[in-house]
Ligand binder design. Structure first.
Ligand SMILES: C[S@@+](CC[C@H](N)C(=O)[O-])C[C@H]1O[C@@H](n2cnc3c(N)ncnc32)[C@H](O)[C@@H]1O
Length: 176
């Protein structure tokens, strides 16, 4: 499978299904997940660009991604970091990705399906990262349980260039 073409179509299909899924909403409620089930990492290209941006801070490190969605960003981060754990509460997202993982998942990358608090004390890293525009504060608090450094990816990008983001993303970080 070519991971720069088909994966994008697969992601779009799953995201469309998820948006209308009552089972998805029920899952989030049952697991205390407050973030919206909306992907921001919607292509390999976006995941690669973010990985380039983070390169110096993740190279040679153990990285924990909180709320990794499909896991596409972690997939790219694992090309740079020594070890990557991608924690995602909702296993539905992985259905977009199973074929890619079957062919390409490296052994320094592990996906953990469950609410992050289920893994407190079991894993830790040098850096925790999160990509979200909802429940930013909650996910940052969770991330801090795993690593001394927490990177709110969009928080940094919005601070650099607020005008490039829509009001919803800006307001999630207190920018108007
Ligand atoms: C807004 S989505 C973003 C997904 C992905 N990071 C992206 O940008 O495409 C937030 C994701 O975080 C997950 N999530 C939120 N809180 C979580 C927690 N405490 N433990 C594990 N996953 C969590 C949700 O299930 C959801 O898939």
């Amino acid at each position: 499978m070519n991971n720069s073409t088909n994966i994008d179509d697969l992601l779009a299909d799953v995201a469309r299904g998820f948006d209308t899924s009552k089972a998805g909403e029920a899952f989030s409620a049952r697991h205390g997940v407050r973030a919206l089930s909306r992907l921001t990492i919607t292509s390999n290209e976006v995941a690669s660009l973010i990985t380039d941006r983070l390169r110096q801070r993740v190279e040679g490190r153990t990285v924990i991604e909180i709320g990794g969605g499909t896991g596409l960003l972690s997939f790219q981060l694992a090309k740079v970091a020594t070890r990557v754990f991608c924690i995602e509460a909702n296993p539905l997202w992985s259905s977009a990705f199973v074929e890619l993982l079957l062919e390409h998942k490296p052994s320094n990358l592990s996906y953990l399906f469950g609410t992050a608090s289920e893994f407190y004390g079991s894993i830790s890293g040098d850096v925790a990262v999160l990509a979200t525009h909802s429940d930013v504060a909650g996910m940052k608090m969770v991330a801090a349980q795993f690593a001394p450094t927490v990177i709110d990816i969009y928080g940094e990008m919005i601070a650099d260039n607020p005008g490039a983001f829509d009001p919803f993303a800006r307001q999630a970080r207190g920018f108007t």
